[in-house]
Structures are given as C-alpha cells and as structure tokens.
Design a protein around this ligand. Structure first.
Ligand code: SF4
Length: 689
C-alpha cells in the first residue's frame, strides 16, 4: 500500500469555499496536493476557479488537524479512543434525554458537510432522540431569503441557473459582494455585462468591485432596501408598467398588495433611503425596460431586523413585473457556504423535514415515522438563537454540534460563550480545534471534504458528487460515519455502507429528490432539484406554476421594519462581510499557508470624510466599542465606504478583532437571523500610525 500511496492520481471534487459550487480534478501523490485542474465538463465553472478553489487546500495536511478524539479533564483534554469517546457521548446524551426529556438536547448541523451527513444529523435528532431542536448556520445568513421566497413563490432556492443569469437584460445586486464572496459567479456577470450588453445595477452601502462596474450604483441609508423596493414597485404600477397578464394568471393578492404600497411614495422613499426621486425613477425605468430582471442578494439584505420582509419585497417586485419562470429572470439569493442550500434542503431546520415538508404536517411526519420507526414531535423545535437562551434558562442541557464555529460566528460572542459554558454536556465535531471546541466536553475529529464521499448542493440547487481524494488523516472519520456510530450506540440500527445508501433513503421520503441517484450524478454529471422519479431535473423553476396551492404565487404586503439608528453614544454604523481570500470566518482558510501569505491583517475601513473630521490617519490603531463588547483594529482610509459607515471584515485570526464581539442580540423578526448589519459603535484612537 506504500506504493499505491505514492501513485499520482486525479479525483473529481466540489469546492467547499463558497456556494457557487465549482468542481474540478485534484491531482495528488500520497497526501501531497499537486494541483487543482478545472475541467471543461464542470457545469458551473468550466475551466475557471478563484483563488480559494485553486490554492485553499493545504489545510487538510495542517499540523493542527484533530486526529484523535479528545475528552475534557478539568481545563485540558486528553486523547481518547473512539470507543471511550463514543461510550461517553451516548451515556451523556442518553442520560439527559432520560432525565429531562428529548427537548433538553439540541443539535447544530453544518453547511460545510454533505447532504447525506445533514440528513443523518436530523434523523438522529428527530428519529433517534425525538426532538426537532435542530438547526444549521443558514440561521446566520439566508433563512430570511428562504422565508421571503417560501411566502411568495413557494421554494427557497434560486429561480434558475447561474448560466441563466447571463441571459438577464438587467442584473440587480443588493447587499452582496459577489466579486469577493462568489467570485466565479461574479465573473459570469462581468462577462455578460461586458459582452452581451447586460445592464448592471448595484445597491449597497459599500462601493465594492461590482459597484465600480455598475451602470447604476446607489447607496441607500442602512436597512432601507425595503423602502426603495416598495417605492419603485409602486411607481411601476402607477405607470401601468406591471405585467397584467402574468399577475392575472399566476399571482394572488394584488389588490391587498397595492393597498399596502400606498405610503411608499417617491417623496417618502427619498426621505427614508436618501436616494433622490430622480434616481428612484431611473431605477424603476431600468427594470421596466429590461428584457429579464434577475435580483441577486445576500447578507446586506438578510442580516437585518427586516431581512425576511425585504426578501419578500424583492420577490414581490419580480412578480409584479412578470420576472419569474423564464431564463434570465427571478430571485437569486446567493448562498454563502458550499452546502448551506443542501443543509436546509435535507432538513436540518427546526420546522422543516427533508425536502421542505413541514414537521407540523401530520401526513409528512407519519411518512417519516413509518420509515424510521420513530415518533417525531409535531411542534417545531428551537432554532439556534432560542437554544442559546434555553441553555441559560436551564431548559437545554446537552448539545451536539458538527462543523460549526458558533462561538466565533454567532452575534454577541460574549453571550454565546456564557451560554456554551453552561451546558451540562457538549460534543463538538470538527476538523480543527475551533473556538467553539474550547467549550466542549468531548471533541470528535472529523474528515474534510477531500477525505470523504457524498454530495453538495450549490446556490442554484445543483446536486454534485464529491469523491474521496485522500484517506482520513490519523483517526479522523467522515461525519456520516461518526453520526451513525453515535446513533447506533443510542439504540438505532443504521446500516449505511456508503453515503449513496443515505441518498436512496432520502429520495424515497422527499419528493423533490425522488429521482436523485448516485448513478445519475457520476463524475461531472449533476441534477438540479426538484428531480422527478425518472431523473428529469429542473434548471428553471416555476414553468408549470408556482410551488403554492393551485400553482399561484402570493404577493406579501409591504411591511418595512425600521432599523435601530445611531445615537450619540454609538454614532457610527458598522457594516461587515467577507474578503476574497477567506472562507467565512476563516476556520479553514486561516490554516492554509497558500492563502495566508496573500491576506492582509484585519482592518477596519473608514471614509476619507470621517478620517478628516476626526484627524485619523491610515494605519492608526483604534478601539471600536459597541454595547456588547470591543475590538482593536487598524484603520484603512478608503472611499469604498462613505460618511459614518465603517466596514470590518469578518475573517480574522485575531480574537481582539472579531466582529462578533461587537454585534448584538437583535434578530430578524420572522426568522431569528441575527441582525449583524444593525451594529453601531464608537471609535477611539489608541495609537496614531
Ligand atoms: Fe470555490 Fe466559490 Fe471560488 Fe468556485 S467561486 S472556486 S466554489 S470559492
């Protein structure tokens, strides 16, 4: 086997560094990654990749990988065998269930692991333990987009494919920075803009690369997207530019919707958003004149108290203008993590079973109970925000968390740390000793994507296979194997030999995956859900009607949730987001020497106006302080931000600069998604340059 180890081989995989879902071949010799080779056959990216996909992989051989189970002893951990660790996990989780009931346990799944692993995690929670207390990190990002789409058009996924976006006459990007967060998708938009005469409108607080390229760049006041969206939709209707046939045939609720728009006049919108009436008319006119409008949005919209309502307003505007069910039109929420779409699709949410079947739906629940021999509760479970509070109230006693750095990623980090340290028993499963692992009682070493098989689903609902490139490092194991071992120690009798067995089971229980089988997604083949039993997939949604009763979409009334505002103590608005070189909070990319060399230290961007007003130089060290905590960070003066807007990247290696020490407890009113973008701070200079 030493000889076999040294053979050069190439294996197809799917990138784990964002939701675009690029795929490529990995060339290896032993554990050395020789190169990443994109292929013409890759459905999303063809021969392109971004810097993360190309250079981000050496973390798999990092010295810091967890290679053996760890068990807490006082303030430290000792290395344990799998048998010892699993025995303890089963005894403690089982004991808490026995003593306090199944709802005293919580499960956090992961948008980085495979579809099959997500399916098993929710099956463990629901089917083996008997609780719906399961959530994933879409709670931190795209749950509001899902809510807005579910209510209007009925499915929480992109309306068409990434390739379709190139066919739009107008692309509108709201509160998203795809050039850094979704690079290969951004490249497609850049190309269509340059070569096909596609128009580009960017609405954002920050003048990022796509804003620089846009035909129209608009900077509204923070958290006012709902108001300009409603105002221009009202204007479109007032001009008789709405699509009357589309509305008559396919959409319900027009009358009530129009009524709800009455207050959203151009004057009102100008006053609230700071966008001039002329600009608002220009925006409406661009939409009216475009042959196909695609709206792309991300955390700038969703991480607000009104994130769900604004997502609904985007979908309303598209319905009013007839921009669904044709290529190059529709709603495109941009999923952040590689598999946040799949984590939700496969049911790691407190209210949804796999395939978006409600846990409150008796028939759906009975189907799962019959297959699993379980009794799933009819009540939705706790989301991750409610779980944290329930820990402090003594109601949630134990937690099993997989591949999620909650202590770093959730808002109001000091509160999260307090909650996690109050758990009776806490299992963390990860590739690295994460910040969250510091609070664990047992740490289980997992294998990253290159060391396992399975599928990921990208932002356009495309299900793609990844193949094992390397053996698991040390004693680490694929997450699906670990969950299976825990389930069986808790009395289950799971016999999955390969992730394909898990997919086969999911396909029998979730109609949107009915025709998903591994032999249909071999190599670079892929399927976009919903997939019919005969294997026919659905690149473009809603051509046979919307996913609602009678196939009719529903307009949701306009309902702007006004944000919190600056006050005299906390006078600066703190925006936050990604950098090109990093994956989310950086827990894998920070371990990649190839990327780390290319990354600047953490910094806060401030505007030239603010720098001048306060006499702050580029390079100065400042303290930012919110009601919830403080960070120290260096200043970069740039016109990417303006006025009293600051921008702090979320990727950091320094605990002194973690943005979530500053963010607070406020959440989206419909989904509990933290309002990361509604953060106010004051700034104090600690040291000039
Ligand atoms: Fe990976 Fe996203 Fe870059 Fe594609 S665009 S290579 S999926 S990080």
């Amino acid at each position: 086997s030493a000889m076999r180890e040294q053979r050069i081989k190439k294996t197809k995989t799917v990138c784990t560094f964002c939701g675009v879902g690029c795929s490529f071949d990995v060339w290896t010799k032993g554990r050395d990654i020789l190169k990443i080779e994109p292929s013409e056959d890759a459905p999303v990216n063809g021969i392109s990749t971004c810097i993360k996909g190309k250079f981000g992989w050496d973390f798999v051989n990092s010295e810091e990988r967890l290679t053996t189970p760890l068990i807490r002893r006082g303030d430290t951990f000792y290395e344990a065998t799998w048998d010892e660790a699993l025995t303890l996990v089963a005894e403690k989780l089982g004991g808490i269930k026995e003593q306090y009931g199944p709802d005293a346990l919580g499960f956090i799944s992961s948008s980085k692991v495979t579809n099959e692993e997500n399916y098993l995690m929710q099956k463990l929670a629901r089917g083996v333990i008997g609780t719906n207390n399961i959530d994933n990190c879409s709670r931190y990002c795209q749950s509001p987009a899902t809510d807005g789409l579910m209510r209007t058009v009925g499915l929480g996924g992109d309306a068409g494919t990434i390739q379709d976006i190139a066919k739009a006459g107008l692309v509108i990007i709201v509160g998203a920075n795809p050039a850094e967060a979704h690079p290969v998708l951004a490249t497609r938009v850049k190309r269509a803009h340059k070569l096909n005469g596609q128009k580009l409108m960017v609405v954002d607080l920050r003048k990022h690369e796509m804003a620089e390229r846009a035909d129209l760049f608009v900077r509204p006041n923070p958290a006012t997207d709902h108001v300009w969206l409603s105002a221009i939709t009202k204007y479109i209707i007032d001009q008789n530019w709405h699509d009357v046939n589309f509305l008559n045939d396919k959409v319900l609720g027009f009358h009530e919707y129009v009524k709800s728009l009455s207050q959203y006049t151009l004057e009102y919108a100008e006053q609230v958003t700071g966008i001039s009436q002329d600009k608002l008319i220009e925006m409406a006119t661009m939409i009216h004149e475009a042959d196909g409008v695609a709206v792309l949005w991300a955390m700038g919209v969703t991480q607000q108290r009104g994130g769900s309502e604004t997502s609904g307003a985007i979908s309303d505007m598209l319905l009013v203008t007839g921009n669904y069910a044709r290529p190059g039109a529709g709603a495109f929420p941009l999923r952040g993590h590689n598999n946040v779409q799949g984590a939700c699709d496969f049911g790691t949410l407190p209210n949804w079973l796999p395939g978006y079947q409600l846990v409150s739906d008796d028939a759906a629940r009975k189907k799962f109970d019959a297959a699993w021999g379980s009794t799933i509760p009819a009540q939705p479970g706790m989301d991750n925000q409610v779980m944290l509070n329930a820990i402090l109230e003594g109601k949630l006693r134990g937690m099993y968390l997989m591949g999620e750095d909650m202590a770093w990623v959730d808002t109001n980090a000091n509160h999260v740390h307090e909650a996690l340290s109050h758990l009776d028993f806490f299992v963390v499963q990860d590739v690295f000793f994460s910040k969250t692992a510091q609070f664990a009682d047992v740490i289980l070493p997992a294998s990253p994507s290159l060391e396992k098989e399975g599928t990921f689903t990208n932002t356009e609902r495309r299900i793609q296979r990844l193949y094992q490139v390397l053996e698991p490092l040390g004693d680490s194991k694929p997450d699906w194997e670990i969950i299976t071992m825990i389930a069986n120690r808790l009395g289950a009798d799971w016999n999955y030999e390969h992730p394909s067995d898990v997919m086969d089971e999911a396909a029998t229980l979730a109609p949107i995956f009915a025709g998903v089988r591994y032999d249909r997604i071999e190599g670079y083949n892929s399927l976009l859900w919903p997939v019919a039993p005969d294997g026919t997939d659905t690149p473009l949604l809603y051509t046979d009607g919307f996913a609602k009763p009678n196939g009719k979409a529903e307009l949701v009334p306009a309902n702007w949730i006004a944000p919190m505002l600056a006050d005299k103590n906390y006078d600066l608005h703190l925006n936050n987001g990604r950098l090109l070189e990093h994956f989310h909070e950086g827990n894998m990319t920070n371990k990649s020497a190839g990327l780390q060399k290319k990354v600047p230290d953490t910094f806060v961007e401030i505007s030239p106006e603010l720098a001048q007003e306060r006499g702050i130089q580029d390079g100065a060290l400042v303290r930012l302080e919110s009601r919830y905590g403080q960070v120290k960070v260096q200043v970069v003066v740039t016109d990417r931000v303006h006025g009293k807007e600051l921008y702090l990247p979320m990727n950091t290696t320094s605990e002194d600069a973690a943005v979530n020490l500053l963010t607070g407890p406020t959440t989206d009113v419909r989904t509990d998604t933290p309002a990361y973008k509604e953060t106010y701070v004051r700034m104090e200079v600690l040291r000039d340059k």
